[in-house]
Design a protein around this ligand. Structure first.
Ligand SMILES: NC(=O)c1ccc[n+]([C@@H]2O[C@H](COP(=O)([O-])OP(=O)(O)OC[C@H]3O[C@@H](n4cnc5c(N)ncnc54)[C@H](OP(=O)(O)O)[C@@H]3O)[C@@H](O)[C@H]2O)c1
Length: 231
């Protein structure tokens, strides 16, 4: 039976590579959510060649956009929700040079966005026999990861992790598995070209992890290769 996956930030980077993985897997209907569908050239080209990709507008920080997105999904079952969309948060994140408006926007996208989208689609995921909700987090959100700077980004991912663990406990009774993943240091617009792995390597490994996720792993933080991540 065909399953449905929703991927936010599906037009480029890791999100776009995940779309490609689900197209190749064949038994998925892919709701590829992106902020500006009209300029998502590569995604539009892929969708033209593959009828199982449905492109839908979604700005995860915009309440109306999320509500419209949920209306488009309607009462369809969502088997897997991938909260991937994220931003690094701008150039003013060091002590003495903090842009607080930019920080608020980073929290709105990286921390509140996944919860906003999850809340809007929760009944769709509840309908699945094996519903899963995952978030692409970052090692920079881990307290035990030694790093300097980037207040906005690091705190946004730390907050995301906490919120996902709350979701995991609240949704355990519904048998929905929730997990967070550090995708590796990835060669995307965000990660830069010096990063360790390609978007394709990251996406393929993540998709395998999502496939293997069960309720036993719910509430946990993993690396892209399936190993546990420190908090
Ligand atoms: N690359 C790395 O090394 C790395 C490491 C750790 C974690 N991550 C995480 O991995 C995820 C994907 O990152 P990436 O490397 O693929 O970054 P990317 O290439 O910069 O892509 C980011 C994606 O998020 C979308 N996005 C940003 N704000 C959005 C919003 N308000 N609503 C909807 N979509 C929005 C972007 O859409 P637009 O094209 O419209 O901007 C784009 O599709 C992020 O959550 C990031 O924090 C990445």
């Amino acid at each position: 039976m065909t399953k449905t996956v929703v991927i936010s930030g599906a037009n480029r980077g890791i999100g776009f590579e995940m779309v490609k993985c689900y197209v190749a897997a064949d038994d998925w209907h892919i709701i590829a959510a992106c902020r500006t569908p009209q300029s998502a050239d590569e995604l539009n080209a892929l969708a033209k060649a593959n009828s199982n990709i449905e492109i839908v507008q979604l700005d995860v920080a915009d309440a109306k956009s999320v509500a419209d997105f949920a209306n488009t999904v309607g009462d369809r079952t969502v088997d897997l929700l991938i909260n991937n969309a994220g931003v690094i948060g701008g150039d003013h994140q060091s002590l003495g040079d903090i842009d607080y408006d930019e920080w608020m926007q980073t929290l709105a996208i990286n921390t509140l966005g996944p919860i906003r989208v999850t809340e809007a689609l929760i009944d769709n995921v509840r309908q699945s026999e094996n519903g899963k909700i995952v978030a692409i987090s970052s090692q920079l959100g881990a307290m035990q990861y030694q790093t300097q700077g980037r207040f906005a980004y690091n705190s946004s991912k730390a907050g995301l992790n906490r919120n996902m663990t709350l979701l995991a406990s609240q949704l355990r009774a519904d048998k929905i598995a929730i997990a967070m993943y550090h995708p590796g240091w990835v060669q995307t617009d965000m990660g830069g070209q010096e990063a360790d792995i390609t978007p394709s390597e990251s996406a393929k490994a993540l998709v395998k992890c999502f496939d293997e996720l069960t309720l036993a792993g719910s509430g946990k933080f993993f690396k892209w290769n399936g190993e546990p991540h420190v908090w």
